[in-house]
Every structure is written in structure tokens, then in C-alpha cells.
Write a protein of this length. Structure first.
Length: 761
């Protein structure tokens, strides 16, 4: 089981860092040093210094170190549980250490004091809680902006309020502040925003999305179309006199309607002798012996009525007892007993041939045959109101009522959303984004283009910088990919957690992940995966990335100062090749920290020496760690990762191989070899393993020479696990200058047999 490590050197546990490798490193012939305090910058003016006579001649093949760049990965420590670490002494430089890179920054308090409550990334403090203003209905887009709409379900997406109308309501005025203000059961908006029930001559109402009307006295809705109100005056309309079904007859006269009652003005030669206007002027006063010349004038026995006068002499043809003009008699037209008929009209006889004198109200002779007035123009959709007037509406059935065309049922997928009959069912409910599936069902797509397909709302293209990451069309393109750390630049592109070098958090800026650096650090390589890999209180990034000082860089504030004395030049090795000093087998050697992880011991330096521009006295406490480094400031620390240089503690660092190691049963061997003034303080990490992979073994050492020269010897070196970070080099007492072999942010692995030496300037 892997046990978490406590944060060390201001880094959070479980760091996932860029692989650094330097295999069989081969140094160039130019200097590899940091004269005057600069970091990782070759000193073009200082001369290479050979080893002094105090140190045995160290030689090496011309190609001891090389560079390799394995793939970037992020290992996690694996292996047996770590042994308990000894309590650390207080770190005198702790004040220089920035907050844990994994710690969240205090949330912005949008409306008041948050009490220093940290809000997660993407949330802000509103009144008394951390909220996501992209989705909070109570704080949509900003604190206190509550999404609420009358007669609707409200939602907040990408900081914008939206709402969906409840059944039976619609947003007809397009004003969001009053929500779905229109009641689709009211006469003003009956079934849709565009349908207003007509109130002509009556009181309108709406039921089940359809208009109805209660007519005022004397008026009728005779065409059955509530949309045009009570269009008929029952007091004066001869086709609807007194009530819609009653049509005044026009037989042998001209009908009229007054006060809701039919009347008729008879044509010459006819009379309404029975007093019933409904059957018109039924009596022919020119030939009717019972009404001869006028109603009630009866001819005497043996007389006939001829041309409105009773006479015993017949100038025409006697048909039985009647004197008949066969040229004009409807009952004897052209011959006795030949009766003219005209269904739904008044027949006539002219020149002895039957015809139609007139059609009854609501009927017409549209085929011009003697058969009669065959067409009911009040109901015939092909002859509505008059012959040849055909009822037809786009995308709908049609009917005729009361002589007026009526819009019938809409074709499947269409509707009359504007309430205007003349253009029929003008709306395609299958594709209309404003009437999708039903009238007034408006498709909305926050931050995108709404679509309607097969009567269902959908989502087209998203606006630039937004995406539909939840796959729900109803809330549109709900994610702002320009600033969402979980969807940065694209859906489900998650910015890495802030568990990398000196990163307070990770933000999404302009659709790209970017680390938010702790004070004093910056992401100079632009790589998010390794966080804020550069200290801007050191060269070559003093105060800003790429800003190198000719002198030294202030450990606080990143300001340049004058050049400092001291520093190191890389040592050229000459033949014979220097041999690895086995401190474990040396006389008087000591062994420390067997089988331990993250441990340290402090031992006195057996001689005085110069380190950078400082004289280090004899018996100075040297802090030696299990993780491949030591420091001359005596402060107890067991960091297993770190930057070189870095003003953050620990400083005065000598790091032949700073990484996360687990010691062998032999542990770390320490020995003092030689005699004054050429003594050597040797610290050997014998057969240690990587904590992340205990099958990989390394043996290496650091040698402090009484002359001030420092040497790193690498005996057997397995390649580090993928993603393992290695720092190797020496750092001054302020942590603002270093000479390095490997440092996080570059890929390097040190190979077996490598030798590195530094001589003081």
C-alpha cells in the first residue's frame, strides 16, 4: 500500500511531474557553472579550473553524461509502507516556503465577508455560501440575481436565466421579466399568442384552446366560425330571419326580413293569399279562379279567370274546367297537365317550356339545368355563397357554413398559429423553432442556435466559446469553454489538479489550461503539466520569465543586484579516470538510515571549507537526507522534491541525486578520508531504490573536499521510473543561484559511471 507523504519544500503530496532524464551525460568543453550567482547559465568569462593538488587527479572519458528524454508520465510512489520518519527540527527558513501548491485560494466574497471560507474553483461567495453563478437559480451570473418567471419553470445556464412555460401559458410579449404572462385559455390568446377571439356582436370565450362566442340579442353565429363573431343580423337577414336556419322564401316575389320576421313583396300577377310568407306568393291572380285579379276574388260557377278577370269565354285552352294559357301556365306548360317543378326554387313556364324563375335563398342553379336549384350554397364547399366559389386553405381541410368558407382541420404537422383563416394552417410544427410541436412552443438555446426537427426542439451550432457538454438541448450550450476548468477549450477537457510545482490552482483562460502560480513562481515553459516550474526570484528568470541578471537576483522580490563574488566552475577530468570512493568500506565509516524513507541525520563537518563565497567552519552541522542530498545550514529537512535554485528552504544544498528514494539495509555511509589539508568528506547512498519502483537500484555519492571542490560520483544508476523528478547540483546559501546537472523542468537521467566536479572560483 502506498502511504501519502507530507508536503515538503512547499509541494503537495502525490506530485505528478514531468519526467526528467539525463542518461550518460556528456558535458561540452565550455564551462558548466554559475559564476556570479546566475543559475544554469554558462560563464563565458571564467576559466576552467583543474583540480588542485589537494585532490587526486580525476579523469573520465570525454563522454560521461548524456541526455535522454523519455515520455512524460506521472508515477505514484509504490512499494512497502514507509517507516515512520523521525521528528523534524524546526526549519529556520520555513517562512520562505510558499503555501502548499495543492491548497485552494480564498474565494472571492461577492457580497460580504466570507470568513475566509475557501470556495472551490468556479464558485464564488454569495451571502452565506459558495455558489456556482453559472448554474445557481438564486445567483445567476452574479450574486443576488434570482431566476424567477411567472407561470414557468426557471433555470440558470452559463450565468444566463432561461425559463420554460407551464402548460397553458406562453411568453407572447417576449419580455422575460414578466415570464409567461399569456393565459392560453383566455379569449385574448386562445390556444396561441396569435389567436384573439372575435367579440363582434357578442361575448367571446375560449375553451380547450378554441374560440366560442355568446351572441347578443338579434345576432347569430350562422357560419359557425367564432373567429368572426356573430356576423349575422337575425333582424334583417332574409337568409337567417329570426334564427340561423330560417330563410325567407322568394316564390313569385321579393322577400324581406324585418324585426326577425319574413315578409314578401309579390310580383305582378301573384299574391300571398294564404298570408304565409314562408311559401311566398303562392297564388297566380291572373289565372286562379279563387283569387282572380286579387286575393279572395272567386269567379262564379262556369267562369274562368283569364288575365286576372272572370269570364265565360276562354281565349286559350280549356284544361278541364280551367281556361289555361299553355304558353305561361306552370301547371299546364305546353300541354294540359304538364307541371313545371324547380326543387329549392320557383318554376316558370315561358313559351310553353318549363324553366326556373328564381332559386330559394341559400340555393343556386349552378349547372344551368331545368332540374332545379341543386346546390345549397350555404354548405357546398365547391359553391360556397355562390356558384363557383370553392373553399380551399393551405395545409388544411375546408368547409362551407352559412355561405362562408370555414377553415377545417389542419393537415398533420401543421397549425393555424397566427389565428388568420385566410392563410390556412401556415405553420409547420415539425420545423418551426417558434412553434415547435405546438403553437407558441418556442425553442430556446442559450449561447447557441435553436432548431426544431420532427416537432421536437433541438440544438444547432453553439456560439463561439460555448459547448453543449451535458448533451441536453433544452439548456443550450451551457458550458463556457473559455473559463471552465472541467471543460477547457472542449467538453471534458479537464485542467489538471494543482498538485504540480508551486501552483496554487489551475485556471482555464481563453480556452487553455494555465497554472495559477504561488507568489515567487511562474510557468516559464508554458507546460501546464509541470506547473510553475521556475522561481522568479532567481536567474535566469529574475522577476519575470527569461529576465536574467548579470549579477545576482534578490531572493525576495525578483530584483537584480550587483554581481557577487564566489561561485563555481565545472571541473575537467583528466586521465586516469577517477575511481568511485566506497565510503561504506572506508576505515571509520558510519552507516545511517537503513531501510528508511524520508529520513535525515545531522553530522558535524570534520573540517572547514569554502562554499560559494562563504567560509564554512569546522563542526558545521551537515543535514544528510535519505533522498540523495545534503545541506550545510544544519536545518533538519527530508524533502524528496525541489527546484535548484529556489529561495525556498532548504538552501546551501549539495544534491547529487535529489529524488524520492528508499534506502537499502546498508543505508547511507559517511566517511572522512585523507589528511589535512586534503581531507575528503564522503557521503555515499548505497544501493538505494526509487520509492515508486523498488526494482531500480542506484549507488552514488557526494564528496566535499577541504579545498572547497565538490564532486559527484555515480557508480551504478538504474533509469528512474517514468515521471520521476531528479534534481542534481549545488545551491548557494540564499537559494538564488545554483550550478546544476539536472533540475525539474528538464528531462535528464544520470548514467552509471558519470563524474561531475565543481571547483570554487
Amino acid at each position: 500500500m502506498i502511504e501519502p507523504k507530507a508536503p515538503l519544500r512547499a509541494l503537495s503530496a502525490g506530485l505528478l511531474l514531468t519526467t526528467l532524464s539525463l542518461v550518460g551525460c556528456s558535458f561540452p568543453t565550455s564551462e558548466f557553472g554559475l559564476g556570479g550567482g546566475s543559475s544554469d547559465v554558462p560563464d563565458a568569462h571564467a576559466q576552467d579550473v583543474p583540480l588542485t593538488t589537494d585532490v587526486p587527479v580525476l579523469d573520465a572519458p570525454p563522454s560521461d553524461l548524456g541526455i535522454d528524454a523519455p515520455s512524460i508520465d506521472a508515477p505514484v510512489d509504490a512499494g512497502a509502507p514507509d517507516a515512520p520518519d523521525a521528528p523534524d527540527a524546526p526549519d529556520a527558513a520555513a517562512a520562505d516556503v510558499p503555501d502548499d501548491a495543492g491548497g485552494a485560494a480564498d474565494a472571492a466574497d461577492a457580497t460580504g465577508d466570507s470568513g475566509d471560507v475557501p470556495c472551490p474553483t468556479g464558485q464564488v461567495w454569495c451571502v452565506d455560501a459558495c455558489v456556482d453563478t453559472d448554474t445557481s437559480a438564486a445567483h445567476c451570473g452574479r450574486c443576488g440575481n434570482q431566476c424567477s418567471a411567472a407561470n414557468a419553470a426557471s433555470a440558470c445556464s452559463a450565468g444566463v436565466c432561461s425559463f420554460t412555460c407551464s402548460p397553458g401559458y406562453a411568453d407572447c410579449n417576449g419580455v422575460a421579466s414578466d415570464g409567461c404572462e399569456a393565459d392560453l385559455s383566455s379569449a385574448a390568446t386562445c390556444g396561441s399568442c396569435m389567436t384573439r377571439c372575435d367579440a363582434t356582436n357578442g361575448t367571446p370565450s375560449c375553451a380547450a384552446g378554441a374560440c366560442a362566442i355568446a351572441c347578443a340579442a338579434g345576432y347569430g353565429n350562422c357560419d359557425g366560425n367564432a373567429a368572426n363573431g356573430c356576423e349575422t343580423s337575425l333582424q334583417t337577414d332574409v337568409a337567417h330571419c329570426g334564427s340561423c336556419p330560417v330563410a325567407c322564401a322568394n316564390t313569385n316575389g321579393t322577400p324581406s326580413c324585418a324585426a326577425g320576421a319574413c315578409a314578401i313583396a309579390c310580383a305582378t300577377g301573384y299574391g300571398n293569399c294564404d298570408g304565409n310568407a314562408a311559401n311566398g306568393c303562392e297564388a297566380n291572380t291572373q289565372s286562379d279562379g279563387a283569387n282572380c285579379g286579387a286575393c279572395g276574388t272567386r269567379c262564379a260557377s262556369g267562369q274562368s279567370c283569364v288575365r286576372g278577370a272572370c269570364t265565360a269565354i276562354c281565349p286559350y285552352t280549356m284544361c278541364g274546367a280551367a281556361c289555361v294559357d299553355l304558353q305561361t301556365s306552370v301547371a299546364n306548360c305546353g300541354a294540359c297537365g304538364r307541371t313545371c317543378t324547380a326543387p329549392n326554387g320557383t318554376p316558370r313556364c315561358a313559351a310553353g317550356a318549363c324553366g326556373i324563375a328564381s332559386c330559394n335563398a341559400g340555393y343556386a342553379d349552378c349547372d344551368s339545368t331545368v332540374a332545379g336549384c341543386e346546390v345549397n350554397t350555404t354548405t357546398d364547399a365547391a359553391n360556397c355563397g355562390r356558384c363557383g366559389t370553392r373553399c380551399a386553405f393551405p395545409n388544411a381541410a375546408a368547409s362551407c357554413s352559412g355561405g362562408a368558407c370555414l377553415l377545417g382541420a389542419c393537415n398533420l404537422g401543421y397549425a393555424n398559429c397566427d389565428g388568420i383563416a385566410s392563410n390556412g394552417c401556415e405553420t409547420d410544427l415539425r420545423t418551426s423553432a417558434t412553434n415547435c410541436g405546438a403553437c407558441s412552443n418556442r425553442c430556446s438555446a442559450p449561447n447557441g442556435t435553436a432548431t426544431c426537427a420532427a416537432g421536437a426542439c433541438g440544438l444547432g451550432a453553439c456560439n463561439v466559446g460555448f459547448a453543449n457538454c451535458d448533451g441536453v438541448a433544452a439548456n443550450g450550450c451551457e458550458v463556457n469553454t473559455t473559463n471552465d476548468v472541467n471543460n477547457c477549450g472542449a467538453c471534458r477537457t479537464v485542467c489538471p489538479a494543482a498538485s504540480v510545482w508551486f501552483t496554487g490552482s489551475v485556471a482555464c483562460v481563453a480556452s487553455a489550461c494555465a497554472p495559477v502560480c504561488n507568489p515567487g513562481y511562474a510557468s516559464c515553459d508554458g507546460v501546464v503539466a509541470n506547473g510553475c516550474e521556475a522561481s522568479i526570484n532567481t536567474n535566469p528568470s529574475c522577476g519575470a520569465c527569461g529576465r536574467a541578471c548579470t549579477g545576482s537576483c534578490s531572493a525576495t522580490g525578483g530584483t537584480c543586484s550587483s554581481a557577487t563574488t564566489g561561485g563555481y566552475n565545472r571541473v575537467f577530468y583528466r586521465f586516469p579516470v577517477p575511481v568511485f570512493v566506497d565510503a561504506c568500506a572506508a576505515a571509520g565509516s558510519q552507516r545511517f538510515m537503513p531501510n528508511l524513507d524520508d529520513s535525515s541525520v545531522r553530522l558535524p563537518l570534520p573540517f572547514g571549507m569554502r562554499f560559494w563565497n562563504t567560509s564554512v567552519p569546522v563542526n558545521t552541522q551537515v543535514n544528510i537526507t535519505s533522498n540523495g542530498w545534503l545541506s550545510l545550514n544544519g536545518v533538519a529537512s527530508q524533502s524528496y522534491v525541489g527546484l535548484l535554485p529556489d529561495p525556498a528552504a532548504p538552501n546551501w544544498t549539495v544534491a547529487p541525486y535529489l529524488t524520492d528514494l528508499y534506502t537499502s539495509a546498508t543505508g547511507v555511509c559517511v566517511a572522512t578520508i585523507g589528511v589535512t589539508p586534503s581531507r575528503r568528506f564522503v557521503v555515499e547512498w548505497f544501493d538505494a531504490v526509487f520509492l515508486a519502483d523498488r526494482t531500480r537500484h542506484v549507488t552514488f555519492e557526494a564528496i566535499l573536499n577541504e579545498s572547497g571542490t565538490i564532486e559527484f560520483y555515480y557508480d551504478t544508476m538504474a533509469a528512474p521510473p517514468t515521471g520521476q523528478n531528479i534534481a542534481a547540483g549545488i545551491e548557494n546559501q540564499l537559494g538564488n543561484a545554483a550550478v546544476t546537472v539536472c533540475t525539474p523542468g528538464t528531462a535528464c537521467t544520470i548514467g552509471s559511471g558519470a563524474r561531475v566536479g565543481y571547483a570554487p572560483m
